[in-house]
Each structure stands twice: as structure tokens, then as C-alpha cells.
Design a protein around this ligand. Structure first.
Ligand code: PAF
Length: 283
């Protein structure tokens, strides 16, 4: 394990360390993660380094946001690899809480963002955003960050978090960061590691579908139905059959739209083999 990074598992110690870091009006930027870090996560850490005096990264594979048949048990855990990657950045602490401290016996309080959590991934992953919102609020309470940095790949997650921060008057500024992609367009995801070579080739059609929609929009087509059809053809022709959704929505309230405009969200989710992937672009 890399020598320089301070690892904190105790909730109290993390809270006290944050208080210490904040002494003298110093600011903390926080990057919550589930580990299995890739360049996408590291771009968040790099941003955190730029905007604040101190950076805290959490690694916690949150059981509450996984459904019964999802990959909680198999989710990649690689603390040594993660801390190695983080050692190239200025990270004051890696917060590594224990599940039994985050969810002690008799835990029964949950956070729900009722509207934004309903559609897209919320439909096929019931309880997922409740799990995300609950754990992120708990992490905010423990780490007490001034800023928290999230990737736009989990666009709906970002909107859920922005909403509850506003609704609950939390003093955390949410900093969104663009999706990081491989050279060929595949959006970085910890779950890409599950893909075989053949599956990876098929997974590429997600970003291809999004790019094709974006191009057709720039060519003048504004009909959301036709735009989605364009993307669906690409997915179907690439043998991506297990499509959860490919939709164009308002990027603020996530409502479905009929006539596409600049700034709208195009979001896709599909299963490639056993791996569920998501991607999106803004028109
Ligand atoms: O995006 C993630 O990695 C997780 O959903 C998060 C925000 C760390 C909450 O568990």
C-alpha cells in the first residue's frame, strides 16, 4: 500500500480530521467513490486538487445502492491499486468506512429524491437512488466538504445529488465533471473490466449511437422520435438487444421531450452480456 496516503476508517476520526483540515478557513473538496479507480475518477481528484486546499477521497462499496441480483458481491475491490493511483495526487485522506458503521444495527433512515429518481435507471434499479442519496448525505455529514466532485457519466445520480443538496440547504457545492472516454469513445467505467473482447466491441455501439444522434441533431433533425430511432438502429445492428433505455430528456428535470434542443440529455443504458453499462451526451 502506498506510504504517503492517510487511510481513515473510523467515522469519528474522519470527522475530527476534517475539522482539523478546515481550521483557518481552509476548504475541503471531496470525491466519493466505490473504488476500482480509473482515469474518470482521477479527473475528479485532479479537479478537487485545483479547487480546494484539501482533498478527501472515500472508497465505499455501498450495499444499499445495489439490487438483489446486481454485482455488489463481484464489484472490483482493489485498495492497493486504488491508493497507488491516488498517490500521484494530493490526497489528504482516503476515507474507508466499514459497512457496519455506516449502517449500524437498527438503521432506518433513508433519503429519497422523489421525482428525479423515478425515470431512466430508477425504473430498472428500484431503490438504487435511495441508496445513493442516503450514503452520499451520510458521507457529506461525516466529511463536511465545501465541494464535492461527481462525474457526469452518472448523470441522473448527479441530478439527484444536486437536488437534495438544494432541497436540504446543504452547504456543499457540487462540481460536475465531463465523462472521460477511451480513444475510441467508450466511456470509462469500473464495470468495463467485466467485458470480454467481443463484448467490449459491442459496448462501443453505445457511444456510437449517442454520437450518431448528436450528428443528426446538428444536421437539423429535432424530432426526438427520429433521433432515438437513429441510435436504436446502431444498437440493434451491433447486436445490443438488452436495451434498457435510449431517451432524450431535459437535462435539468429529466422530463422526456419531443422536440430536441441544444442542452438536452441523450442517455442510454444497456446490458452487454451480464454487464449493465450507461452513457450519455448533451446535445
Ligand atoms: O458514483 C459512485 O461511485 C457511487 O454511486 C457513489 C456516489 C460513491 C455513492 O456510493
Amino acid at each position: 500500500m502506498s506510504k504517503n496516503i492517510r487511510i481513515i476508517s473510523s467515522l469519528n476520526e474522519m470527522n475530527e480530521f476534517s475539522n482539523e483540515l478546515k481550521r483557518g478557513s481552509k476548504k475541503i473538496a471531496f470525491v466519493p467513490t466505490m473504488g476500482a479507480l480509473h482515469e474518470g475518477h482521477l479527473s475528479l481528484v485532479s479537479r478537487a486538487n485545483q479547487i480546494a486546499d484539501h482533498t478527501v477521497v472515500s472508497i465505499f462499496v455501498n450495499p444499499m445502492q445495489f439490487g438483489q441480483n446486481e454485482d455488489f458481491g463481484n464489484y472490483t475491490r482493489d485498495l492497493e491499486g486504488d491508493t497507488d493511483k491516488l498517490s500521484s495526487y494530493k490526497v489528504d485522506a482516503v476515507f474507508l468506512p466499514d459497512s457496519k458503521d455506516i449502517y449500524p444495527e437498527n438503521f432506518q433512515t433513508y433519503l429519497e429524491v422523489t421525482e428525479i429518481q423515478k425515470e431512466l435507471c430508477g425504473k430498472s434499479r428500484p431503490g438504487h437512488f435511495r441508496g445513493v442519496a442516503t450514503v452520499v448525505l451520510k458521507l457529506f455529514n461525516i466529511v463536511q466538504p465545501d465541494y464535492a466532485v461527481f462525474g457526469q457519466k452518472d448523470f441522473q445520480q448527479l441530478k439527484v445529488i444536486e437536488r437534495f443538496v438544494k432541497d436540504l440547504h446543504l452547504g456543499v457545492e457540487i462540481i460536475p465533471m465531463p465523462i472521460v472516454r477511451e480513444e475510441d469513445g467508450l466511456a470509462l467505467s469500473s464495470r468495463n473490466a467485466y467485458l470480454s473482447e467481443e463484448e467490449r466491441a459491442r459496448a462501443l455501439s453505445l457511444s456510437k449511437a449517442l454520437y450518431a444522434i448528436s450528428q443528426r441533431f446538428r444536421d437539423g433533425c429535432k424530432d426526438a422520435g427520429l433521433l432515438v430511432e437513429e441510435g436504436m438502429n446502431i444498437l440493434n445492428n451491433s447486436d445490443v438487444n438488452d436495451i434498457d433505455y435510449l431517451e432524450i430528456r431535459d437535462s435539468q428535470n429529466l422530463e422526456l421531450i419531443k422536440t430536441a434542443q441544444s442542452g438536452n440529455l441523450v442517455a442510454v443504458a444497456a446490458k452487454i452480456g451480464n454487464t449493465r453499462l450507461i452513457d450519455n451526451i448533451i446535445l
